[in-house]
Ligand binder design. Sequence first.
Ligand SMILES: Cc1ncc(COP(=O)(O)O)c(C=O)c1O
Length: 386
Amino acid sequence: MLYNFDEIIDRRNTGSLKWHYSDDTIALWVADMDFRAAQPILKTIEQVGQHGVLGYTKPTAALYESIINWHGNRYGLALDKQHILFSPGVIPSLVLMMRIFTEVGDAVLVNDPIYAPFMTKVGDNGRQLILSALKEGEGRYQLDLADIEAKIVAHKVKLFLLCNPHNPGGRVWTVDELESLLLICKKHDVAIVSDEIHQDLTLSGHEFIPFLGLAKDYEHKVVSITSMTKTFNVAGIKGSMIFAKDEALIEKISQQQRLSDEHDLNLFAYEVMRSAYEQGDEWLAQALTYIEANINLVCDFLAQHLPDIRVMRPEASYLIWLDCSAYDQDDQTLYDQLRAARVELSAGIQYGNEGQFKMRLNVACPQALLIEGLNRIHAAFNDIKS
Ligand SMILES: Cc1ncc(COP(=O)(O)O)c(C=O)c1O
């Protein structure tokens, strides 16, 4: 079927995190899409409701098969049922992995900039946060491998938290980059947890590589964590997966999950996950085409009207990283000016020191909304200049 991504659905007063302002501010910030979910997913939710009995539920064989097929067919990642664990969210899994691979006081290495909980959860859990700034080259971020290795050695780092693809920079790390990183981590016995929640939103011309697939002789130290929520825009349902291949590691993770009784998802999450992986591909392909058109629209608009803003074109996902340093205003001032123009973006500073003078723009919305949002951004920056 043909999906209509142009439809504007009012999300205000629904408890939506994104559309929290009750005035007509256009929300182009937090990472969810303003698109209706895929028909098979909505039908599944209806069917579960109509069945009427919502008791304790276990993952079914069909669910495991759908996850195995999705990851095998798309990315060549060979998974068996025993490699798959469930968790309420990718960030809860990130914290769980920190507890598995490190002790209080240990150093954890993270890139800068990065999705904020990568940084905050390290400190919140009594670990030492070490940052390695990404380098900018040819309009995109690159890992600074020399800096990563130096920091691993200097701080006796135990764990590297990788964001693959990267939020907010939109990089889809290449095999070469990932293998180089793996080599360094192996050399210094550093575990790697790869957050791959943006994997399925990889854009044309790029190839997502699941980190676990590269880690053949290092599987006792590597975990991939991912979810259907970002891919299919069902973040309100909550639910995610942990992939690990080493038997002892899997047992350790399961044991930790049993301690807090956090291994089960709810019935809707299991069923949404299954139907998404079984039948969501048509919706996803169309959503990605629409998102790419929106990315082009933003790049063209900014090049024409606000050429002082440097745009980092994403290789995955619908988040565009904007360098506004030419305006020489701190993030809060930029945020406030945009808010005064009734458009909301994410202030870059929350993604780390490297986010200073940057803003993150979410383009996963109907084009008419995006165009109005861009006009308001244009007006706000014109005011800043004057
Ligand atoms: C890189 C990354 N990881 C994790 C999350 C959130 O995952 P969850 O809601 O499953 O905790 C996000 C949400 O934007 C994200 O961008």
